[in-house]
Design a protein around this ligand. Structure first.
Ligand code: ATP
Ligand code: MG
Length: 321
């Protein structure tokens, strides 16, 4: 007997600077972005990995009066402590071994434009102090120099953590938090916008259909169920990759369950020690937050930088009562 299949439904989506959605919460974010873009306010974008933080940052820049000026992005998690100051604020020739010539940092390169600090919570306390000065005085001091240089940049930052939680753990300066988060924007995880799973699924299928040789017009019932039931920890990026996986390894016009990545088929990838200890680390973080919040779940969720539903899921997953 032929399995039931699902074909492309008629879905009403909204697209905003490459961000596709069916969710009212996201529409509200778009409205906020339109307003924010008119100003020079600093914006902190919060959201899990793959929720579209970088797309949002680019949208703000492209809507702003700075659109013709540079958009400079850097992932703070990849900055090494020795080179972070130089990468961000530049250095003078001879400032340290290997500094054979002057270097313009990210802020100077982004002058008159927008600087996007991804994973801003990962900055060291030393760099946080320097960044605070940049925001307060609108000048940078290159490494090896004492002369401040004027810069005019609009700062956007992103993090998957709760900055408030980082402040409480004394890993982030409170004064800097208030500076970078004048307008906070929260991007909900994909699992909390179920309409978007379907909409983006078909959107990605359409775009691969145009690009690749395989043309997909349907998804079989079991594959469809698996896609809807999955919790998408990697959010939109993971959905995109799952579609690409199916398009690459499968054949014919219908996507079937065995063409989906193992995680979606409910198979657990072989557990390496690294995975076990990451899980244990996460369990400890949850316990620690609960202790800090004296058992209040709403507070604990805030400390962890997740919403209540996510916390509730984690408590169940880790058998914490
Ligand atoms: N709503 C959306 N519509 C279409 N594409 C999206 C959407 N959200 C995210 N994407 C795509 O998913 C990928 C991840 O998005 P992006 O890089 O903006 O996420 P991120 O939040 O910055 O992730 P990370 O925290 O891992 O840096 C990109 O390829 C982006 O184009
Ligand atoms: Mg990003």
């Amino acid at each position: 007997m032929a399995n039931k299949v699902h074909r492309r439904p008629a879905i009403k989506t909204e697209t905003f600077h490459g961000i596709i959605t069916t969710s009212d919460q996201m529409r509200h974010v778009f409205e906020l972005l339109r307003r924010i873009a008119r100003t020079d306010g600093t914006v902190l974008i919060r959201g899990e990995t793959g929720t579209g933080k970088e797309l949002v940052a680019r949208a703000v820049h492209n809507l702003s009066r700075r659109r013709k000026q540079p958009f400079m992005a850097i992932n703070c998690a990849t900055l090494t402590p020795e080179l972070a100051a130089s990468e961000l604020f530049g250095h003078r020739k001879g400032a340290f071994t290997g500094a054979v010539r002057d270097r313009r940092g990210l802020f100077a390169a982004g002058n008159r434009g927008t600087v996007f600090l991804d994973e801003v919570a990962e900055l060291s306390l030393d760099i946080q102090a320097r960044l605070l000065r940049v925001l307060q005085e609108r000048t940078i001091v290159p490494v090896g120099s004492t002369d401040p240089v004027k810069v005019d940049v609009r700062l956007l930052s992103a993090t998957h953590r709760s900055l408030r939680g980082e402040v409480e753990a004394r890993r982030f300066r409170e004064d800097l938090m208030f500076r970078v988060r004048v307008v906070p924007i929260f991007l909900p995880p994909l699992r909390e916008r179920p309409g978007d799973v379907t909409a983006l699924l078909w959107h990605f299928i359409d775009s691969f259909n145009e690009r690749d040789y395989r043309r997909v017009t349907a998804i079989d019932d079991r594959a469809y169920e698996a896609i809807l039931a999955y919790h998408w920890p990697g959010n939109v990026r993971e959905l995109h990759n799952a579609v690409e996986y199916a398009m690459t390894i499968g054949e014919g016009t219908t996507i079937t369950l065995d063409e989906l990545p193992p995680e979606l088929r409910g198979e657990h990838p072989p557990r390496s020690d690294a995975v076990v200890s990451l899980r244990e680390e996460e369990r400890q973080r949850v316990l620690q937050a609960l202790r800090q919040a004296q058992g209040k779940k709403g507070k604990a969720a805030e400390i962890l930088g997740v919403n209540r539903t996510t916390l509730w899921r984690k408590l169940r997953e880790f058998n914490i009562t």
